[in-house]
Write a protein that binds this ligand. Structure first.
Ligand SMILES: Cc1cc2nc3c(=O)[nH]c(=O)nc-3n(C[C@H](O)[C@H](O)[C@H](O)COP(=O)(O)OP(=O)(O)OC[C@H]3O[C@@H](n4cnc5c(N)ncnc54)[C@H](O)[C@@H]3O)c2cc1C
Length: 400
């Protein structure tokens, strides 16, 4: 019988679980252990994405993850209302766990809960109780960590999932309702109608700082539910908060560094910077990297550790490189546009062609798309736009 190889994953969140799942499906002699500091794998989240964010080859794999799907969604701005025929999907923690649990029961994925990893390298982890675990490969999926080479703004939000007494009447998601009052940044409401009587209402702020004034936001959500959705009789089922990184700039030396010290664990998920620079969303990137890790293990079996580390270093470099234009857009939004008119940047963007909008979320914009996004009468002052154009100069100013 072929020797079993082991992978240790630090962090049982979205990227850790997707990678564990894909790896055991693809590699029958692989044993995966997930170490999660909390009492629960997968947390208590909803993760949404455009179906077109997922490439056709991975659609079949993620099918069981889709808890809800709508054929289209709306955006609302003071001067633009639009319905986009882009299928929108949501998964959540219980659905993700239903996909993983058979492999836990079969002993292919082992879990260690309520214990944190204090130190680790490419082949070892030390737990906070002092125990050392060895593996053929360690993957670091601990979620977001600040990095002095990555310059950020934030997307902050509070969401209420409510159960209404009578049908609320919303048929398709409202991805952005920016007709609401703007408070010193770009603000919009996001609504997902899970059923006729269940709806998630999220109040979101694109802001320079990461402070979340959740109580004020709770009250604004209640006001939106009453005044805009015209719902009065309901109960609160679930509340979620989030502060997501929005990348303004990445130091080139860091972003292009492909040195392999041979000692570092492979990074995944937000820890590696695998999120969409403008939205902070990471589900499509987590799918992509899970598939890549599983394929690299399979192709290089049984001595996969070195090629895996090598390829993933380049994957990370490519990701930073491919997001260069998105970071420029963020600098335009956060540093060139005046706070109270930032919504106009998005109002204009959502007037562009559907295919371009899909490619924006896929981060697969063509040269022509980029010209279309930047051309026309800009909703930002040209002098400020030019001042923030160059990433290197921006970083130099930020560091001083
Ligand atoms: C409320 C909210 C809503 C979001 N909605 C969306 C969405 O709709 N679509 C989308 O694409 N993205 C969304 N995101 C963004 C992003 O996709 C999620 O944050 C996603 O969960 C990130 O995945 P991850 O695996 O990198 O980190 P996480 O899912 O945060 O997982 C990290 C895990 O590592 C554990 N951990 C950390 N340190 C240690 C340690 N030392 N030892 C052991 N365990 C450790 C943590 O407890 C956690 O379980 C949302 C984020 C939030 C917070």
């Amino acid at each position: 019988m072929e020797k079993e190889q082991t992978v240790l994953i630090i962090g049982g969140g979205l990227s850790g679980l997707l990678t564990a799942w894909r790896c055991v499906v693809q590699n029958k002699n692989l044993n995966v252990t997930i170490i999660e500091q909390s009492s629960k794998l997968g947390g208590d989240h909803t993760w949404s994405f455009n179906r077109s964010d997922i490439c056709p080859e991975h659609q079949v794999w993620i099918e069981p993850l889709i808890a809800y799907e709508w054929p289209q969604y709306q955006v609302r701005f003071p001067k633009r209302n639009r319905v986009l025929d882009i299928p929108y999907c949501t998964t959540n923690s219980p659905t993700l766990m239903r996909c993983i649990e058979p492999y836990i029961s079969a002993g292919r994925i082992n879990t260690r809960l309520n214990i944190s990893v204090s130190e680790f390298d490419a082949n070892h982890v030390i737990l906070t109780d002092g125990q050392t675990l060895e593996a053929d490969c360690v993957l670091d999926a601990r979620g977001f960590g600040a990095n002095q080479n990555v310059f950020l703004a934030y997307q902050k939000f509070v969401g209420h999932t409510i159960q209404t007494k009578t049908p609320h009447g919303l048929q398709v998601p409202i991805i952005m309702d920016a007709t609401v009052e703007q408070f010193g940044g770009y603000r919009f409401i996001y609504c997902l109608p899970f059923s006729e009587t269940e709806i998630l209402v999220e109040d979101t702020y694109y802001a320079d700082d990461d402070e979340l004034k959740a109580i004020d936001i709770d009250n604004r959500i209640k006001a939106y539910i009453a005044n805009n959705l015209k719902i009065s009789d309901y109960s609160l089922q679930r509340r979620e908060t989030g502060v997501l990184p929005i990348t303004l700039a990445v130091d080139k030396d860091y972003g292009t560094d492909t040195t392999d010290d041979g000692l570092s664990a492979v990074e995944l998920g937000l820890r590696a910077g695998y999120y969409h620079a403008v939205t902070g969303y990471s589900f499509p990137e987590a799918v992509r990297s899970a598939v890549l890790v599983a394929d690299l293990i399979k192709q290089n079996w049984p001595d996969f550790q070195k090629p895996l580390r090598h390829e993933m270093i380049f994957h990370k470099r490519d990701h930073f490189f491919e997001e260069k234009f998105l970071r420029l857009l963020n600098r335009m939004l956060f540093r060139a546009a005046k706070a109270e008119v930032r919504y106009k940047v998005l109002e204009r963007f959502y007037g562009l062609r559907k295919g371009l909008i899909e490619r924006f979320y896929q981060n697969r914009l063509t040269k022509l798309d980029k010209i279309r996004i930047l051309s026309g009468k800009p909703p930002v002052p040209v002098t400020k736009a030019l001042y923030n154009f160059d990433e290197k100069a921006f970083i130099k100013r930020e560091r001083n």
